[in-house]
Design a protein around this ligand. Sequence first.
Ligand code: HEM
Length: 461
Amino acid sequence: MPVDLSNGKPLAWDSAKLDADTKAMLDNLQPNILQAHVRESMSLLLVHFGDGPDGRRFLRSLVPLMKSARKHLEEVREFNRSKKTGTPYVGVGISKIGYLKLGDSTTKFTDNAFKSGMKRRKDTLSDPAVGAWEKHYQEEIHAIVLIGDATPEPVAATRERVLALLPKTAKIVGEEKGEGLRDAQGRGIEHFGYVDGRSQPLFLADQVAAESGTNWNPFFPLSHVLVPDPLAPHPSRHFGSYLVLRKLEQNVRAFREAEEALADALGLKGDDRPLAGAMLVGRFRNGTPLRLHGKPSSEGHPVQNDFSYRDDPGSKCPVSAHIRKANPRDSRDGGLERTLGVMMARRGQTYGRRSDRPWDDAPAATRPTGGVGLLFMAFNSSLQNQFEFTQQSWADNADFPAQGTGHDPVIGQGKRDVKVRYPKAWGSTKLSGPQHQVPQTVTMKGGEYFFMPSLAYLKSL
Ligand code: HEM
């Protein structure tokens, strides 16, 4: 039976009743797409091939270091049962020019963003000129090898094994190191100090069952992340996913100053001051959703995700907040993010070391102005309709969801010349006077689009 990507039910990946095509899909799909792989420590190798046949041999030689989505899910289950750790994650993505270099035709790929490459999409995304990107992103990148695990040692060992396989005709044009950042309670955070990675589209039955709610349905069909791998031996059973990689540098000091300035402008005092940052992000630093609470909930509670904005015109969570622009959740089952198929699976990791504590209230002046940020990564079935749509039509669009909303305060790019009004207090329909938008504190330093092919394709090289 052909794999039903639009199935209205989460995939019971471990069911004995699974049909042969779906089994083949799971045995040939790369991990980290349907469910996040542990990647506290990461190495991203950006590869350039000098010779196509050598490039093909190299990619095929990586297969023994890789595992399937099914193997990954079994490892996760085993870990939950016995705490036995799994094997490192090795993922492979190929860019459009990479496929051409390998000697493959790309006519069967349908995604225009992928087929253009990120450099040529810079105007669509209001990205900086390519000449301002970090040097290695200015080069032709043919493939990416992602290596990740819970600790640095297995990543270093696997990285050595990958490098040992690299032919002389190929070179590593650049490398990114991802390092998970955690707050005092051990929750994953990003560099502005906020809990990140909490809200995700879920595809698998066990994941959905663990997070059932009444306001927000976290289930999304496989069609959000999977497409037939057009170059695999059997595209109807061999699937892949488009990966967006963007290096996003965070000026933490400037963001903290913007939070302080907004708190002053709104007249917030004492323990109400964190409301300013929450209005920009949509959650307090500890992940408490502004839609549900006007103050951070006490510690020790799981980070909530069961909410929609149906009954909140913006008096609790401003419509301009990052998480509201990036996922409007305007109804439980028929919202824009669903009807337009926008939700992507975010799998990023923070980069850059710092000696301060990102989650505390130390003065803005003690915060880094650069050198730290997010290696934003997400899996899509359509880069154009998901990542690019979110960035361009929502984050960068000052009139989404309503006229005068302003840019996404965290990731919005483009001239921020709209004045924004915020609720005077949490839940109040009285609005502040018009405020300048907060300055842009996230800078895109480079990136690329890749396709993560099926293992069947890699074996066939
Ligand atoms: C959620 C920060 C880049 C899309 C979040 C959350 C934080 C955050 C703190 C809340 C945690 C959660 O709900 O999971 C950041 C920072 C970024 C960044 C600091 C850059 C440095 C991006 C980009 C996109 C994006 C580039 C897409 C174009 C989303 C989405 C959510 C989210 C879709 C989930 C919203 C929801 O479902 O409620 N981000 N983000 N983010 N972000 Fe970002």
